[in-house]
Design a protein around this ligand. Structure first.
Ligand SMILES: NC(=O)c1ccc[n+]([C@@H]2O[C@H](COP(=O)([O-])OP(=O)(O)OC[C@H]3O[C@@H](n4cnc5c(N)ncnc54)[C@H](O)[C@@H]3O)[C@@H](O)[C@H]2O)c1
Length: 321
């Protein structure tokens, strides 16, 4: 039986179903709603399968069995049933400002002042979505990284009018479900994940377009080079450990960094026709009919990494004692 605290999940695509699993992992009463009823049925089927696979491979989160976690999630037929009386609502509908505003306007008319309103939006400013809501002080962006079940970071981005209590309680809720929340002091377009991700993608695009590297080699740089370090520490700690602290790093490398940075293309085009070579190379690297099996492979590797990181952080904790 789920505990007597309800979480409403709006949208049951890639992100919505992962959120449902995360909240169910600690026993919340999770309601899943989608504008397309068949999406909810497909999501429930997929969640059941995923939970059972996770259990059999020892990677299930939380203390409840897969069966008990699945029992915490129920599909509902209306938005009202999904959000009414919820402690927290996580919206994961398409990335479209007008659609998100419409959905939140509807939610706003149903919920009371105790419900926290979270959006998975990847890039849209929380102030743009929530400006006209009655309960706008309760609105916050809680942006996960895909797939959220295996990648724990969640960006918490308040609008200028979001209450401090909402920021604090959302942070606590994310910790409770095993995620790693990052709280922003103020909103900025693209938040942190996509600002950093797009800076990386811009340079990858330029290196391929200019013919310096093939797409496959660009990915090797990250997968077998930078990515090894970034799985355990951020780029800033990586830098300071490569010298005797950050001041020394800058003494040694600031001028190289500035010289290289001067050669960056200011704004590489992402127009499809300008990226035809990049697309062709990537379609060859991962053929379009293999995307689904490749996603399953990715989730398995990420789950194994999550397990390794859990073990190593436990070792770190013990060695600090
Ligand atoms: N996929 C990613 O990598 C990723 C990562 C982080 C955040 N996000 C964000 O999460 C959100 C959802 O992305 P996704 O990848 O899950 O998309 P998706 O296309 O897989 O799922 C979106 C779901 O929303 C449903 N929907 C549409 N209108 C609705 C409505 N009015 N009411 C209820 N449900 C509705 C759709 O039927 C669909 O099932 C977006 O804002 C996206 O930017 C995506």
């Amino acid at each position: 039986m789920p505990r007597n605290e309800k979480i409403g999940i709006l949208g049951s695509g890639f992100i919505g179903r992962s959120w449902a699993m995360l909240f169910a992992s600690v026993g919340y009463d999770v309601c899943l709603y989608d504008a397309k009823q068949e999406q909810v049925s497909a999501a429930l089927k997929d969640i059941k399968q995923q939970l059972s696979n996770l259990e059999s491979t020892g990677l299930l989160r939380g203390k409840l069995s897969a069966d008990d976690q699945f029992k915490c999630i129920r599909g509902v037929k209306s938005l009202k049933e999904c959000v009414e009386g919820a402690k927290f609502v996580q919206e994961s509908v398409f990335e479209d400002l007008e659609l998100k505003k419409k959905v939140w306007k509807e939610v706003d008319q149903i919920v009371g002042s105790d419900t926290v309103l979270g959006s998975s939006t990847s890039c849209i400013l929380p102030s743009k979505i929530s400006a006209e809501l009655v309960h706008k002080a309760n609105f916050i962006v809680s942006h996960p990284v895909n797939p959220p079940y295996y990648v724990p970071a969640v960006e918490l981005v308040p609008a200028p009018w979001t209450s401090k209590d909402v920021v604090i309680s959302t942070h606590a809720l994310m910790k409770e479900i095993g995620q790693a929340p990052i709280t922003f002091n103020k909103e900025i377009v693209g938040f942190g994940v996509n600002r950093i991700q797009y800076a990386i993608l811009n340079e990858c695009n330029s290196l391929v377009r200019s013919g310096v590297l093939r797409a496959e080699d660009v990915d090797t740089i990250m997968r077998d080079g930078l990515g090894h370090r970034y799985a355990f520490m951020g780029p800033l700690e990586t830098a300071l450990l490569n010298a005797d602290g950050m001041k020394d790093y800058l003494r040694r490398y600031a001028s190289s960094m500035e010289t290289v940075t001067e050669t960056f293309e200011a704004r590489p085009s992402w127009d499809i026709k300008d990226c035809s070579e990049l697309i062709a190379q990537l379609d060859q690297m991962v053929p379009l009919d293999q995307l689904e099996s490749r996603r399953v492979w990715r989730d398995g590797r990420l789950a194994a990494l999550a397990k390794l990181k859990k073990e190593t952080s436990e070792q770190d904790r013990l060695s600090k004692k």
